[in-house]
Design a binder for this molecule. Structure first.
Ligand code: GDP
Ligand code: MG
Length: 437
């Protein structure tokens, strides 16, 4: 399974000091293979590993953390963001709110309709009405009736009426009359996507204008799930995905792929046949599930904090002694980039605003600065006064910039160093540094 594979691939990294192109390549290959095995679409797996690579390369591996663990953290964050980042709830603003189920036969629509009704009733104090819109199979109507009885939620049916559009409209009218505030419309599915099914559900959509169209999909169907999701989304432009049968050790690959392909949030997961086997979808928990190693992530986060605090102390000493050099500068750039909004960060540092005024504070600006610093030798970085005219030319050539740019950076660096020395002697140092880290 995916977790085992990832765990195994991370072992390769153990005992290496820094994540580099070479030691990461093998791991990335394994991660990609593992994702493909878990039914993640090829294109998505490739993009995923490219993103992870970009984030991992050059990351200094902390003393307290092994590279494999750092990779786990990077992979987890990336998985989480690929699955939408955060939980998205259903829209319940309608009067009544209409929720329409879509999906293939056997995906779990009827079961999920009952689960959702039960959840809204017991956790959100709602008054749902279930609607039996799968009119072709008497057994389907009975199935919904049984569910309704079990959770004590009424089920709207019309004996002999074979028109789900009319039934759905009548059910909404009934809900208005009787004060039900959520109408959950179960529909018929087929074993494969076909025109008639699509036409029918599109007609229901048009007639009742639902607040939420949920696409229900069996997570065990793997790659097929992605294609089906795409076809339904092209036709219905649905609002959210329900991933069913995610119990036991079902692979989570479908969650990854569907989210990326249709760009719609996964809102719920079904985790069993019982009516309370429903969960709202949390991307970070799903990432944990896929990785299967929750504890490592918090360990890495903790170590990261320690690392930052340690670095801050070192930097503080250097500033006071005026030995701040280009390697420190690089580290600072990395720290700042991690924090996001640069202008905010800079504005917290007294006097810094002025020194940074002429710099464009975005990542691109840092890129050219980094390129120049990367073209310096380590001696030059540690002792910038070494950098004479011929060295400047070499650095400019090496970084694809020109001498003026190199001069500008050196000047900025000297000014910054001066500024920082002043700041470091001020009373606010502690606050400034804790703000920066
Ligand atoms: P529909 O045809 O889309 O309405 O699908 P059903 O709701 O009838 O479900 C089809 C089968 O899948 C039934 O046997 C359900 O009990 C089962 N099922 C639905 N959701 C889940 C789930 O989350 N986990 C498991 N293990 N089985 C489920
Ligand atoms: Mg059904």
């Amino acid at each position: 399974n995916l977790s085992d594979r990832l765990e195994k691939s991370f072992k390769i990294l153990k005992g290496q000091g820094m994540i580099t192109e070479i030691n990461v390549a093998e791991t990335l290959k394994d991660i990609r293979r593992a994702l493909l095995d878990a039914d993640v679409n090829f294109r998505i797996a490739k993009k995923f590993t490219d993103d992870v690579k970009e984030k991992a390369l050059g990351q200094q591996v902390l003393t307290a953390v092994k590279p494999g663990q750092l990779m786990v953290k990077i992979v987890k964050d990336e998985l989480t963001s690929l699955m939408g980042g955060k939980f998205e709830d259903v829209n319940l603003t309608g009067n009544p709110t209409v929720i329409l189920m879509s999906g293939l036969q056997g995906s779990g629509k009827t079961t999920f309709s009952g689960k959702l009704a039960n959840l809204l009733k017991s956790k959100k104090g709602r008054h749902p009405l279930l609607v039996a819109g799968d009119v072709y199979r008497p057994a389907a109507i009975d199935q919904l009736k049984v569910l309704g009885e079990q959770i004590n939620v009424p089920v709207y049916t019309e004996e002999g009426n074979m028109d789900p559009v009319k039934i759905a409209k009548a059910a909404i009218k009934e809900a208005k009359n009787k004060g039900y505030d959520v109408v959950i419309v179960d529909t018929a599915g087929r074993l494969a996507v076909d025109e008639q099914m699509m036409n029918e559900i599109a007609a229901i959509k048009k007639a009742v204008d639902p607040e939420e169209i949920l696409f229900v999909v069996d997570s065990m169907t793997g790659q097929d799930a992605v294609n089906t999701a795409k076809e339904f989304n092209d036709r219905l432009d649905f609002d959210g995905v329900v991933l069913t049968k995610l119990d036991g050790d079902t692979r989570g690959g479908a969650a990854l792929s569907i989210r990326s392909v249709v760009e719609k949030p996964i809102k719920f997961v079904g985790t069993g046949e019982k009516v309370d086997a429903i969960d709202v979808f949390h991307p970070d928990r799903m990432a944990d599930r896929i990785l299967g190693m929750g504890d490592i992530v918090s360990l890495v986060e903790k170590a990261q904090e320690q690392f930052d605090a340690e670095e801050a102390k070192k930097l503080q000493n250097k500033l006071a002694k005026n030995t701040f050099n280009f390697n420190d500068f690089l580290k600072q750039i990395n720290q700042i980039k991690k924090m996001g909004n640069l202008k905010d960060v800079m504005s917290m540092i007294p006097g810094m605003g002025k020194a940074m005024k002429n710099m464009d504070l975005d990542d691109d600006a840092f890129k050219s600065i980094e390129a120049i610093i990367f073209s310096m030798t380590n001696e030059e970085r540690e002792n910038p006064s070494l950098i004479n005219g011929s060295r400047r030319k070499r650095i400019a050539d090496g970084s694809g910039s020109n001498i003026q740019e190199v001069n500008r950076l050196l000047k900025q660096f000297t000014e910054t160093r001066k500024m920082m020395k002043m700041v470091s002697q001020g009373k606010n140092m502690q606050r400034v540094m804790s703000g920066m880290q």
